[in-house]
Every structure is written in C-alpha cells, then in structure tokens.
Design a protein around this ligand. Sequence first.
Ligand code: FUB
Length: 456
Amino acid sequence: MKNKNSYYKMSKTIPVNLFLLFLTVNAFAQNPLIMDQFTADPTARVFNGKLYVFPSHDIVPPKGEGRAEWFNMADYHVFSSENLTDWTDHGKILDQKDVPWADPKAYSMWAPDAVSKNGKYYFYFPTRLKEGGDGEKGFSIGVAVADKPEGPYKPQPNHIEGVEGIDPNVFIDKDGQAYLYWSRGEIYGAKLKDNMLELDSEIKTFDEIPKKGHIEGPFVFERNGTYYMTYPHVANNTERLEYGTSDNPIGPFEHQGVIMDESASGTWTNHHSIVNYKDQWYLFYHDNDLSPDFDKNRSIRTDSLFFEENGNIKKVIPTKRGVGITSSTSEIQVDRYSSKSNYGAASVFLDRLDPFRGWKVVLNKPEAWVRYNQVDFRSEGPKNVKIRARSLTGGTVALKLAGENDEEVAEVTIKKGGEWDVFSAPVKSEVIAVQDLIVQLKNGAGVEVDWVQFEK
Ligand code: FUB
C-alpha cells in the first residue's frame, strides 16, 4: 500500500465529529449508508436474523497524532439493520489502546471481519505491532471475542502467531472447518484451529491469482458448492473488485472476472464483502461520498448483487439509491435517485463545506426528472405531500408514480425566493403499496429539492 499516495491528489481534509460513542439510529438508507461519520472496508455478516456491518472507521486524527494524508483509524464501531433501511450504530467495540500487543498510537485499525462459532463472536482485525516496522510487514492480525455481535469484545493478549499482514477474512465451511485469509501485497490463507485463535496448517499463497498490480482484501464465500475468492486488484489505475472460483476453499481459483469496476470518483481503494440476506445477495463496498477531495476518508455503500445461471457474478454498477424500501412518510432523499433524465438533473451537496449535511437535487431544464425506487405507501394512501425546496424564479414540481403513463399524483408550487422552505400540496389520487416515485420539473427555470415526504 506504500505507493497509494502517488495515485491520488491530496488536499484538505474535512472536519468530522470524532467522538460518537453513543448508540444512534441513522435514518439514512441510501448510499452512503452512514451519514454521521466516515466508514470503510465493510464486512457484512448475518447473525441471529439481523444484518451486521463491521467497517473500519476513518477519522481525522487529533492534531500531532496519526499520519497526515493517510488512513487514520483508532477504533471500530458495529452497525446493524433488519430492513437495510434503518441502521443502528452500536457504538465503539474496540479501541487501539485496548489491544495489548498493538501500537496504541498507530491509528492503523484497518479492515476487519467477524464470524460466529460455538456461540461466540470472533472479531478479526489488523493493526500495527508495538515493535512496528514499515508497510504491511509491521502489521499482524488479532482476535477479540464476545458473547454478542454488538460486543463487548475482549482482545486476546497476543496477535495470531505466524501472521504478518492486513485485511483478515474468515470463512467457515459447511463441515465447520474455518479458514483465515489475509493480504500483504498478495493473498495468504491457512486453516484455523477449532479455537478460532491459532493457525492449524501451513500458510498457502495463491499463485493462480494475478501477480501483477496490488492485491488485498480477500473475501471468500460459498454458493451452491462453488467457493468464490473475491478481492480488490489494481489492474490499471485504482482498485477494482475481481474474483475467481474453485471447488475447494483453499483453491486453486480460476480467474472469472470483474465484480465492480474502478470507482468513477478516483478513490484508490475499494474493499468489499458479499452476503446473502433474506434471499437476496448484496455487495458491500466503499467510496469517498462524504470526502470528495480526500480518498482516505471513506463511506460504506451497498448494492444488490446477482448471479448468472452458470454461477458467474454479474457486474455490480454502483448506485446512489442503494437498497431497501423507503417509507413514504419519511423524508425521502430523492438526491439518492435510482435514475435521472440525461438533461437538467443533478445531485449536489447542500453545503460543499459540510458534506455530512447531505445532498439536494437540482432540476434546471424543462421536464428534467429523477426517479427514486421502492417507496412504500402501505395500504392507506397519503392525503398530502411536503417538499423541502427552493427556487430563485419559482416553479412547479410534479410527483408521479413510475408506470405505463407515469401518473401524476401531486403538483407542488415552489414560491419564488432564495430561501429553503417546506411547500405542500394535496395528493390527487389513492396511492398505495410499493411504488417508484418520479420528481419532475413541470414549470419554471429551476428548482432545488432536498426531500419529499408524504402525510396520511
Ligand atoms: O482501510 C485501510 C486499507 O485500505 C484496508 O485495509 C485495505 O483493504 C484498503 O481498503
């Protein structure tokens, strides 16, 4: 990872609240998933019917600490969701200063993983050893154990003997055998003992996986008897997600292709996991949504993932909309649209100096529109709709339901003036069930929309 700086233009970092220690619910469902802190390297796991995400926690370190213009991570939080729309932050589960073998000032709590075995939860994390060293050689991987996915996690006194590197991933096969994979320029793997704390075999490297270009972040899963080895790889400029398949968790893996292309934002890293939750596969990954000028302050995302009939993974195209169903009575963030007209519609920050405030939609050409999928109107239709908006010239916004005729269900007049305000209008017809919503500029030169909310 040494040469990453040279790939990306560095500039000023964005201040963030570093000390969110208490449980909060983030009412944001779209991409990025978490809107009140930076998050990266998401490993998603299903425990007890709920989806948990264990990400890294990028921060701007306290003055004089950490490493300027680089990754800085002091701790981990865990998040959970039952509907992939409402996310709960369970707070801090591990801090660098509480790991006996780690350098407590390294700010190097990089990409983690967590698995469950024999009623216990094992959290695997890389960080720098006290005696340090340069690059990924100075890293090892430790385990912290808990009785519940939310913790508290107790770190083991020592790191896993024989492991040098980062990005742990644990796969437990159907016969109960656990494997640890990790990276240090290339990918390594070994069996784990039943105690989940020690290696139980020789360390294997995977010569069949491309050798040219940086490789890290292995994530192994099984589907219909096929083992998928997935990993970020710099084939050209920045990391893209690739995979190979095998009939054995320890390979050899036959290279199959690309799961996600390089990020359009130029973010050098991508780091992912793949999970099946309630019969749908999801790719969790990251980009730099909340830090457009500095790609070491990242944000986690998810999009649905699908397989071809032959088991190949279909390429995942990143979306702003992400996944999950949005309630019609919540503030629908239409700037996280699923699609838009190719003229006069854009999503831009509400405040460029404070990305954590989110985005707005700018509609500035006649008929320009955005479409936001999966809004749940339930069985009793709304009577009214509110829009937080502003318009210098005044305008009218039509709200439509996507369908054969894109039925218009409300028309909201946005008064002339530069200030944000909430405008409302009656809903003209009965709207029920889950629908895709279209927000379209009907009259006027330009309108900015922050959110749309229906009322019973
Ligand atoms: O988050 C720090 C490092 O960046 C991770 O360990 C890598 O996988 C990359 O995402």
